[in-house]
Design a protein around this ligand. Structure first.
Ligand SMILES: [Zn+2]
Length: 147
């Protein structure tokens, strides 16, 4: 591994693009506004003002009109479970005490899908959930969704 490369808990997998670390929890140029929102305990999505459409935080252009002038808009924080999986085998030692835990996709009221952690009890496809913020296993404040 050359100087300046960064690895995460996945051991040996380089997760750097140019000057940007693209591993877990790290902002990329496209997602800085999302992570600023997380710090403020707000869920923020990309938004096209002319089409009034919301997009995933990593989206860089509007799929309707093609503009790259997307702003950040606070999401309602409400959605429903689109899919989920219960994790029983920890992906790294840091997660050993957390298993079993539930991850999956939430469909937000704004129509955007996010990968997330589900907390607060059992979920099923279609369970109504709301955003919450928790410090997870690696010590980072993260948005999670509560049943
Ligand atoms: Zn647009």
């Amino acid at each position: 591994m050359s100087e300046g490369q960064v690895t995460d808990w996945s051991r040996g997998l380089t997760l750097k693009a140019g000057d940007w670390f693209i591993g877990l929890y790290q902002p990329s140029p496209e997602t800085v506004g999302y992570w600023e929102g997380v710090k403020a305990r707000e869920l923020r999505l990309r938004h096209c003002a002319s089409c009034d459409r919301h997009f995933h935080p990593k989206r860089i252009v509007c799929t309707e009109c093609g503009t790259d002038k997307l702003d950040w808009k606070r999401a309602s924080g409400r959605g429903e479970v689109y899919s989920f999986s219960e994790v029983h085998r920890a992906p790294s030692p840091a997660f050993a005490d957390a298993t079993p835990y539930v991850v999956g996709l939430v469909t937000l009221e704004e129509g955007v899908h996010l990968f997330t952690r589900f907390v607060g009890g059992p979920v099923a496809i279609g369970t109504k959930v709301t955003v919450d913020f928790r410090v997870l296993e690696l010590g980072n404040l993260m948005p999670v969704f509560r049943a």
